[in-house]
Design a binder for this molecule. Structure first.
Ligand SMILES: [Zn+2]
Length: 111
């Protein structure tokens, strides 16, 4: 996490959003902050079942816009959903770059 991209008081903003607005629950999958998943299969959880996992809820910026920390621009996510959310953004930027390459950009492969 690059703290320079976040506003002053981010810890307070994050805590308030995660626990007062989102009630300590991931807004994507519904898992609760502090949930402990023991070894063994858990049908309600998509976490790896080979180790103990303690869910630590994150506050993330919707649409990856760190300019605003208004409630409507934030989302509470468990680490797994946060990683998926960020990965979707990374992949969409790569696809955008592939589809919008300028004429000066060399292609790595012929299609
Ligand atoms: Zn989740």
């Amino acid at each position: 996490m690059d703290r320079s991209r976040y506003p002053r008081g981010w810890r307070r903003i994050s805590n308030r959003y995660r626990f007062e607005v989102a009630n300590g629950i991931c807004e994507q999958c519904g898992v609760k902050h502090g949930t402990v998943y023991p070894k063994g299969p858990d049908l309600k959880c998509a976490y790896p079942a080979t180790r103990i996992v303690i869910v630590f809820l994150n506050a993330a910026h919707r649409y990856h816009n760190t300019d605003s920390s208004d409630d409507e621009d934030l989302i509470a996510l468990c680490p797994r959903c946060h990683a998926r959310y960020d990965m979707d953004d990374i992949l969409s930027k790569k696809v955008y770059g592939m589809n919008h390459a300028g004429p000066q950009q060399l292609k790595l492969f012929d299609q």
